[in-house]
Design a binder for this molecule. Structure first.
Ligand SMILES: [Zn+2]
Length: 292
């Protein structure tokens, strides 16, 4: 089993990131799966959105919280060639889109994850590609289904729910959907464990895996950590960074969040003792779908 944790260096780790790191780690490192590898990938494609020093800060925080990753860190900013190759392989199914934001907004319907692009450029024989343009992939009017370890059976029709989606943006930045799929394959990831905010992205990623001839991965989408206002913890909602001096308490809290029942005395234990308990007792089947 190969799992991974893939943070974006847009800010420090918060409780929601700790939950994702811990669950992805325990899924491949618990006693029953002790042969597993846990990889870390830095999703630093969007340089303008990056916070200086955040990538190193994230790695130091992971270490301080007792995580040890296998192999070298993969940095998406160094993977442009691999994404270009994948784009080339997908060429028969892609097209250039010269639409402005305004044109897209005027013609699109609201979908389950943003606007559904109406496909204006799909029909253009010779789009003006000297102009700034994005690359989109043609989607099909059929269901893509998968069985998520926590969320159950998920089905989406990309044509109806999403529309032809972007693989490379007009500013030449590769889209998250393509980069994640190419990297998961390159890293031979078998178990993707991440927040349920990415559940809607998964059928797009499965579609790309199919077109690129990659193996399909297993999925586990975790409940989302929210603040007292009911907002998802993120940099945008000003989630508090996690700090090393509270590591034991926060790891125990994350285990509880994930439906596990760590004994009370773990709160006064060392990080090593907490990880030892967690590896011994981890049960992925106990993770709740949602936080009530
Ligand atoms: Zn267009």
């Amino acid at each position: 089993m190969i799992g991974r944790f893939a943070p974006s260096p847009t800010g420090p780790l918060h409780f929601g990131s700790l939950v994702a790191a811990l669950a992805s780690y325990l899924e491949v490192k618990s006693i029953k799966n002790s042969q597993g590898l846990w990889l870390v990938r830095m999703e630093d494609l969007d340089k303008p959105r990056e916070t200086k020093g955040a990538a190193d800060d994230i790695l130091r925080t992971l270490e301080a919280f007792g995580f040890a990753w296998d192999g070298a860190i993969m940095y998406q900013s160094q993977r442009t060639e691999a994404y270009e190759d994948a784009l080339e392989k997908l060429k028969a199914n892609t097209y250039s889109c010269t639409c402005s934001r305004r044109e897209i907004a005027d013609s699109a319907l609201q979908g389950i994850d943003g606007l559904i692009y109406s496909g204006i450029c799909r029909a253009k024989a010779n789009p003006n590609i000297n102009q700034q343009h994005a690359i989109r992939i043609k989607v099909l009017d059929r269901n893509i289904s998968f069985n998520d370890a926590i969320q159950g059976n998920i089905s989406q029709n990309l044509a109806r729910d999403i529309g032809d989606f972007v693989l490379k943006r007009a500013d030449n930045i590769f889209a998250y959907q393509l980069a994640a799929v190419v990297d998961d394959d390159a890293q031979a990831v078998t178990h993707i464990v991440r927040g349920a905010d990415l559940l809607n992205s998964t059928p797009r990623q499965i579609y790309l895996q199919q077109l690129l001839g990659y193996a399909q991965t297993d999925y586990m989408h975790l409940p989302i950590a929210i603040n007292s206002q009911g907002e998802k913890l993120s940099k945008q909602t000003l989630a508090k960074p996690i700090v090393a001096k509270n590591a034991p308490e926060l790891i125990v809290k994350a285990l509880q969040f994930l439906g596990q029942s760590p004994p009370h005395q773990l709160l006064s234990s060392s990080i090593d003792e907490i990880f030892a308990w967690a590896k011994q007792n981890w049960q992925g089947a106990l993770v709740p779908k949602k936080i009530a």
